[in-house]
Design a protein around this ligand. Structure first.
Ligand code: FES
Length: 101
C-alpha cells in the first residue's frame, strides 16, 4: 500500500469535489455527509473533469453533458451499461487526505 498525501480537509466543502493530480493520474475527490470518495476524474464520454460536477448524495453529474456516476462505486448510471471509473481509497489522518494508489 502506497499512501500519497493529496489534499487537506479544509480544502473541501459539503457536496463539492476537487481534482488532484498524482503523477499522471487525475483523481476527483468528493466530500459529502462526512465522507470522502475518490474516483478517476475523467468522464468516459469526452474526458470532462467530474470534480466540478454537481453532487447529489453519491451521484455526480458531469458538467459537460450530464452523464451521472456513483462516486462510491465509480459506476456510470446512464446511457451505457458496464462502464465504471476506478475508485480509490481515501484515508484521513489529522487534517490531511491520503490516497492509496
Ligand atoms: S464529457 Fe462527461 S458527459 Fe460529456
Amino acid at each position: 500500500m502506497v499512501l500519497r498525501k493529496v489534499a487537506r480537509t479544509d480544502e473541501f466543502q459539503e457536496n463539492k469535489g476537487k481534482e488532484v493530480k498524482v503523477e499522471d493520474a487525475r483523481i476527483a475527490i468528493f466530500y459529502t455527509k462526512g465522507k470522502y470518495y475518490a474516483i478517476d476524474a475523467l468522464c468516459r464520454h469526452q474526458d470532462g473533469s467530474l470534480a466540478p460536477g454537481k453532487l447529489d448524495g453519491e451521484v455526480v453529474e458531469c458538467p459537460l453533458h450530464s452523464w451521472h456516476y456513483n462516486v462510491r462505486t465509480g459506476e456510470l448510471l446512464d446511457y451505457l451499461k458496464g462502464v465504471k471509473l476506478a475508485t480509490h481509497q481515501v484515508i484521513v489522518k489529522d487534517n490531511d487526505l491520503y490516497l492509496d494508489l
